[in-house]
Write a protein of this length. Structure first.
Length: 73
């Protein structure tokens, strides 16, 4: 099931951030903005979520990922 959250960049709503964190903790995949577009994210140790990102992006086996580490997770 897809969900859409708009988190205000200047006044982020902690409740929505907590919901996004919980989605990742439960094995979900999130989409978030970067300075040059959008990125997909998940827990790096969650093999199923990583495979889901590979399927969504149609990436080849052995694709290297860039970790984006946050204390929230």
């Amino acid at each position: 099931m897809s969900q859409f959250f708009y988190i205000h960049p200047d006044n982020p709503q902690q409740r929505l951030i907590n919901q996004a964190v919980e989605i990742v903790r439960k094995g979900g995949v999130i989409v978030y903005p970067t300075d040059s577009g959008y990125a997909l994210g998940c827990k790096i140790e969650d093999k199923n979520a990583m495979e889901r990102i590979c399927r969504i992006r149609q990436l080849p086996d052995g694709h290297n990922f860039t970790p984006d580490v946050s204390r929230s997770f």
